[in-house]
Design a protein around this ligand. Structure first.
Ligand code: ADP
Length: 621
């Protein structure tokens, strides 16, 4: 029984394939975790790194709190079940199950006890004397499971174990593996490309794409609250319907491009929706599942015509396929196809006929047309407020707040994008806490002020119903007419540096030292960082100028280091910064007091992030 933790894990294969990028996850003891995603997304590689069958390029893997990066697979206390059962054909089932234990030189009685117990759990006691070739695929897979069980591991790893079985047997074995999990009460990590398998088995599912985690969630949350279009399309069958659409907040509707379809949109969705999307300034991708579309009794203002192309009867439900396009039944180029699920007994419409349908948009999803991100998420990223600036005072509704000296905004009206984590408990205004919503272990507070609803992830005392707020001006973006006038303060600045090797003589011995050169500054590179850099970027690091990120509180003013000239002093009240210009770049450093002129800055190299051109590769978090 064990927990498993992966911290910023990367896998870069020798050929350069980045198979896994920045995989971070904590798996609790006794969880049933499924890694799912299309072929090649890095599921097996991740599993194999946990097993120790594949080296970890960067990051850490912990089993039960112990770092196992350099622990041999056999010493990790895990057991792995593969797609091809890998049984020995010439020995009996009993011996196949006992094999690993004999190698470990366990006493015979102990081996006997474990084999019989596992056989009992799996219902294969009567086959113990048989050879694998005299068994069916399902029975062989049970023996493979048995071989894992007898090891009594802390963690079971499964790599597509059911892919070789036919559909019926697969369903049956899924149920058996679930029962096995309940019986053994151990951590299971299971890899599959089949979303149905993932949904029916996992307590939590990790959806991956191109080596990156897209979402980690329960099956229900993945289905109901996908974080992006990829997850929305990957999970669920039939696939979610997607349309280019325009929202109109003024009359609370959503119109679908290339069709006459316009459906009513519940107003409750608007507060969390991105303002450019809800105002219709920016089209989005509307996602809706087949069961949220129904056939209307008659045509009306909330219906659209669907021309039926074909239907599928599946017993307890039917799927109706059609097209919403105005030029129906031509080959659609605009993505106006629709699939809807019908569970009533009414006769199915015939191909070619037109039926009125309606979308229940309370269950719709809205995604950004470019990035695919959910633009109406359960936890919105920001509040969007119309703010008037006059002198050094910002006013929203009846609340006036002095601007910090760092912000030099011209008088006028702005749209301020205030992240939900930038509103803390403070002295400005009087907001009514109308709702405390728990989403993914975070609490989202809904604050009402007049007609406005604001969101924050700040914490307030239990029982508090009214509060004042204090904005963190460093995190706010100021817009005018859609253009950014004042971006938020940078979270980090960029450094360009090269690693150089220097051979020196010390007391008659030759020694090699490594330095990071940034401009003229040479910063001694500690061994652990050098090792991490080489593991991540390869030895090529010694020849190339690389890009690094450094947060402002990791740059300290000193009498030596990177030479720069202070160009600005930014006073944000509790936090003060300088912008310092080197020959090639601008650095942001947090300071205690105002400084000017020529200075030197020393970066804390343990807080550098190396950025490869293709991806962010994080060295330290
Ligand atoms: P999945 O299990 O999701 O199908 P894999 O983890 O097997 O994906 O592979 C992820 C990526 O790494 C793929 O692009 C694959 O081609 C590549 N890959 C896998 N194994 C190796 C290897 N031994 N050498 C080089 N590339 C590999």
């Amino acid at each position: 029984m064990a927990s498993v933790k992966l911290s910023h894990v990367y896998k870069i294969y020798p050929g350069g394939t980045k198979a896994v990028k920045d995989f971070c996850m904590s798996i609790e003891d006794k969880e049933f975790i499924v890694f799912v995603g299309p072929s090649g997304c890095g599921k097996s590689t991740t599993l194999r790194m946990i097993a120790g069958l594949e080296d970890i390029s960067n990051g850490e893997v912990y089993i039960d709190g112990h770092l196992v990066n350099d622990v041999e697979p056999k010493d990790r206390d895990i057991a792995m079940v593969f797609q091809n059962y890998a049984l020995y054909p010439h020995i009996t089932v009993y011996e196949n199950m006992a094999f690993g234990l004999r190698i470990r030189k366990l006493p015979n009685e102990e081996i006997h006890r474990r084999v019989l117990e596992a056989a009992e759990i799996l219902g294969i006691t009567e086959y113990l004397d048989r050879k694998p070739k005299a068994m069916s695929g399902g029975q062989r897979q049970r023996v493979a499971l048995g071989r894992a069980i007898v090891r009594e591991p802390k963690v079971f790893l499964f790599d597509e174990p059911l892919s070789n079985l036919d559909a019926k047997l697969r369903t049956q074995m899924r149920a058996e593996i679930r029962k096995l999990h309940a019986k053994l009460n151990t951590t299971f990590i299971y890899v599959t490309h089949d979303q149905t398998e993932a949904m029916t088995m996992g307590t939590r599912i990790v959806v991956m794409k191109d080596g990156r985690i897209q979402q980690i969630d329960t099956p229900k949350n993945l289905y109901n609250h996908p974080c992006n279009r990829f997850v929305a399309g990957f999970i669920g069958s039939p696939q979610m319907n997607f349309y280019t659409a325009t929202v109109n907040e003024a009359n609370a509707t959503v119109s679908i491009a290339h069709t006459d379809a316009t459906f009513p949109c519940p107003r409750e969705l608007f507060p969390k929706m991105h303002p450019q999307v809800r105002s219709g300034a920016r089209p989005c991708v509307l996602g809706i599942r087949a069961e949220r579309i129904r056939i209307a009794p008659e045509q009306g203002s909330d219906t659209a015509w669907c021309t039926v192309s074909h239907t599928e009867e599946l017993g307890d439900e039917s799927l109706i396929y059609g097209d919403l396009g105005t030029e129906a039944l031509t080959v659609t180029e605009h993505g106006t196809e629709v699939v809807l699920r019908s569970v009533d007994d009414a006769p199915l419409p015939l191909p070619g006929c037109r039926i009125p349908i309606t979308f229940d948009l309370s269950f719709a999803h809205f995604f950004d047309s470019d990035t695919g991100e959910n633009v109406c998420p359960r936890i919105p990223q920001s509040n969007h407020l119309t703010v008037t600036v006059s002198g050094n005072t910002a006013t929203w509704e009846d609340i006036s707040i002095p601007l910090p000296p760092a912000l030099q905004l011209e008088s006028g009206t702005y749209m301020a994008e205030v992240p939900v984590d930038a509103l803390a408990n403070g002295k400005y205004g009087n907001f009514n806490i109308v709702c405390r919503e728990t989403v993914e272990q975070k609490t989202l507070i809904h604050l009402r002020h007049g007609d406005h609803l604001l969101f924050t992830t700040a914490t307030f005392g239990v029982g508090v119903t009214y509060t004042g707020l204090a904005p963190d001006f460093r995190k706010i973006t100021w817009f005018q007419e859609g253009k950014i006038i004042q971006p938020p303060l940078l979270e980090s600045s960029t450094l360009f540096g090269s690693v150089i090797r220097r051979r020196i003589r010390e007391g008659g011995h030759k020694k090699t030292e490594f330095h990071l050169t940034v401009g003229e500054a040479e910063l001694p590179l500690p061994d652990d960082i050098l090792e991490e850099l080489i593991k991540t970027a390869g030895v090529a690091i010694l020849k190339k100028k690389l890009r690094y990120k450094i947060p402002p509180d990791a740059l300290t003013v000193s009498d030596h280091g990177i030479r720069a000239t202070v160009t600005r002093y930014l006073d944000y009240g509790a936090h003060k910064y300088i912008l310092a210009q080197t020959e090639t770049q601008t650095l942001l450093a947090e300071t205690g007091a105002e400084i000017a002129g020529c200075i030197c800055l020393i970066p804390d190299l343990h807080r550098l992030t190396y950025i490869s051109d293709a991806d962010d590769v994080i060295l330290y978090n």
